[in-house]
Design a protein around this ligand. Sequence first.
Ligand SMILES: [Zn+2]
Length: 467
Amino acid sequence: MHTKQIAEMIENKRDSFIKVSDRIWEFAETRFEEYQSAELLAGTLESEGFQVERGVGGIQTAFIGSFGSGSPVVAILGEFDALSGMSQKKGQAKEEPLVPGANGHGCGHNLLGTASLAAAVAVKQYMEENNMSGTVRYYGCPGEEGGSGKTFMARAGLFDDVDFALCWHPMGYNSIMAVESLANYQVYFKFRGKSAHAAASPHLGRSALDAVELMNVGVNYLREHIITDARVHYAITNSGGLSPNVVQPYAEVLYLVRAPKVDQVQEIYERVCKIAKGAALMTETEVEIVFDKACSNVVQNETIEQVMYKNFQELGVPVHDEEELKLAKAVRATLTEQERQTAERLSADTPDPDMVSWINPYTGATIPLNGSTDVGDVSWITPTAQCTTACFINGSTLHSWQWVTLGATSMAHKGMLHAGKVMASTAVDMLKNPELIEKAKAELKQRLGNTTYVNPIPEGVMPSVKK
Ligand SMILES: [Zn+2]
């Protein structure tokens, strides 16, 4: 059985994969500045016999490692960016930064990028040992957090010849991610007015901060008249300074508009732009609209998900030892009651373990995901499937200190290696059965219907490192 062989291939290299993951956890580099993390992954791929192209799509930290030639082409997607301000000491049940104010891997992308590396390496080895034709590619995708690296890579056409793609995400449970995430746009509204002494000559000033505030009021009234599934968030990224005795001449607000479908986002975005222009008109300021990034919703693919589920069941689940369970229990005790209520249960009667030890039953039904991922854009171009493995405690949430502290421990390593095995086994299964690839492609076509993929990031907009 190929699952057994693949599991062995990954286990044989477990120490080197764990080392890669832990180094990336230490680097903790944020969006589009993941120089060391990208280089470590790219260098490891080269030493494993992959051809690596760096700086793809005009993005310095994006790269593709490739082995083999011709079709079918399988893409395994890896991420490796951290989150700002999430520094945390490892392996302890207490919130405590490693370096105050520094970055941390709050979304487990050190594990994400490394499991995908392990999968690509195992697929290559399996193809070599079994004289299989085709190509396996590792996509080094930077800036997933607020950066939509894959959407930029998609705009550059880097996924156009891919036959199917696989990805995963570390979580507190084992599952097939039959999700449809939210599409989003992230856009800056930059207002420019005129400074003046706020008491001596207020009539001469035109306040950009007033414009930001009025825009936000307008958007908050808009909320009642948009679809309930949409989400509109904002952050004032420049309030114009700290002096109330100055009429603020410059102010800036960053908007993030989300909705289930990308065309719904576009519709709301156009209305938000009208409000911004209205605020500028009211305050006699000028507004500049600067597009930052966007991503499309995920289109699930049941054909690949079925194959993935079958392989996952054959492989079983990561098993944790007593020491790991002891740490899991201690960290889980730090969760609030509300957080605990989000824990995975198969039914009301299932016990509530600190680490889950089952695979969630897969039914093919779509699970709506209240979040966004740039895997969405890949899934419009080529059939794509994702899974999760239990790397963290049951009921913990993404972007939490609990994820950072556990992200470089043996329980997370086990989940990571397991995800590598599930993805590699799925890839091999699909490569051995080309009719499944055709079926997956037909399914994608059918799901998209009359809609064609339009990359949501306008030409000329480049990745921004701004946090
Ligand atoms: Zn993530």
